[in-house]
Design a binder for this molecule. Sequence first.
Ligand SMILES: [Zn+2]
Length: 196
Amino acid sequence: MRDRELYQQILGLQSPWKVSDIRLSLTDRQVVIVVVRDPVVSLTCPVCGQSCRVYDHRKRMWRHLDTCQLQTVIEAEVPRVSCPEHGVQQIAVSWAEPGGRFTALFEAMVIAWLGEAPIAAVAALVGLSWDQVDGIQQRAIDRGLARRKPAVVKNLGIDETSYQDDHEYISVITDRDRRVVLEVLEDRKKETVLAH
Ligand SMILES: [Zn+2]
C-alpha cells in the first residue's frame, strides 16, 4: 500500500525497520504506525555489540510529531536479546532514546518550544502533563551534559522563562552554536548565573 511507503519516508525509517500497518482512528484523531523489524537481520547486544539470540519481544509505543493534524504514534514489538555477558537487553531503536516514550524528533520539537514558552503552555499545546514536558527538558539537559566537552562556548544564550504562577522564573542557558542546553537555573538573579 502506498500509505505505508509514505509513512516510511515521513519517519525516515531504514532497514531493518519498516512500516507494516497503519491504524487510523478518526474519532481519537490518532494514527498508529506499526513498525516491524526484519527478523532475518541479526541482533546484537546494545552494550557490547556481539551477536545475540532473541530472548523475547516487548510492545513499545512512542508519541511522534503529528502528521496531517493527527496525533501520531509509532508502535513496535522491540526484540530483547540475551547476551552471555550482559543478560537480557532491549535493542536500540533509531527513532528514540532507550526507555523513552517519545521519538527524538518529538522531544526536539518540545525543546524548541520551551525556548519560546513556559512548560505549562507547551504541555497544553502538545497534550502532555507538566511533569512529562519537564522530563523531556531534563533529558535534554542530561544529554547536553553528557556531550559537554571542555570547549569554549562562543555563543552563550540565556533565556528566562516564567513558570507555574508567573512569579517564579528559570533561566535556561544554552550553547546556541551546538544547540545544547547547558544548565537550567531556578531563578533569574545575576549572581546565580555567574556562580555557574
Ligand atoms: Zn553484551
